[in-house]
Design a protein around this ligand. Sequence first.
Ligand code: NDP
Length: 286
Amino acid sequence: MGPGSVAREFVLQGLPTSVATLNTGARMPALGLGVFQSPSGAPTRKAVVSAIAAGYRHIDTAKIYGNEADVGAAVRESGVPREELFLTTKLWNDDQGYESALRAFEKSRVALGVEYVDLYLIHWPVRAHRHDSWRALSRLFREGKCRNVGVSNFTLHHLKELLQDAEVVPAVNQVEFSPFLFQRDLLKFCHANGIQLEGYSPLTRGRRLGDPTLVGVATAHGVTPAQVLIRWGLQHEVVEIPKSVDPQRIRENADVFGFELTPAEMETLDRLDEGLHTSWDPTSMP
Ligand code: NDP
């Protein structure tokens, strides 16, 4: 099945059944665990094992996070069959380029200890190399080593450039996304072109959890501000990957299927947009 031949679809139900159907036909769990800044070794392994026990079936790592091997070890320890899990990793900037991307993918695959990766992303739109990197990822997709390939931190400009001559349409674009950085135009463009948007730093790394409007919505539903942020993203049909190393928070962040934000609450949250980038901002990348 070729990418682009399947209509993107997003189903929001309980934890295991909420999935985004990607343009390849693959099913990506709508909620995953992020492991950026999860220390390598026991903390990451414990976080991933806790998440899988809580029902997560999707883990988001990257070469630069330094914990791919721990994610792989935890997946094996969990006892859940590989084919039931969705594993994402990313091509780091120093490895961009055609041959170097192929080599970097192989290293990540071996570190994870898997036969294939569910999603491999270009981590950042490095100008000099992103075109060749995408050719490499397209090859990895054709060879089946990556079930899906995509990009991260691609703005409208970067995506339009890539789509001009790409033989493979990215399945996913992973970008920072929260009510405080509501990228409405990018969301519309991605979904109109069959590219699933995936939101990182959905909890604003904790920076806006005390926002009075957010707290008001959370109080009205008897849930936490973190749960409202995750639910808001899901209701916009965005795949969410909150990070925590704390088993109790990992469970809390997945307990977002028992309430629904009203259209008025969604609009109120949408209006919190202030262009907040909590880490890097790709809009300045030519
Ligand atoms: P998040 O917005 O997910 O916030 C994580 C922070 O919030 C941590 O300090 C965590 O602490 C805390 N936290 C988690 N749950 C709760 C809760 N329920 N209540 C209060 N605090 C909570 O930030 P990230 O930047 O980690 O983004 C999530 C994931 O997105 C990353 O882990 C990574 O996988 C991906 N990412 C991708 C990027 C890219 O360039 N492609 C860039 C940045 C992130 P604790 O762990 O102690 O619970």
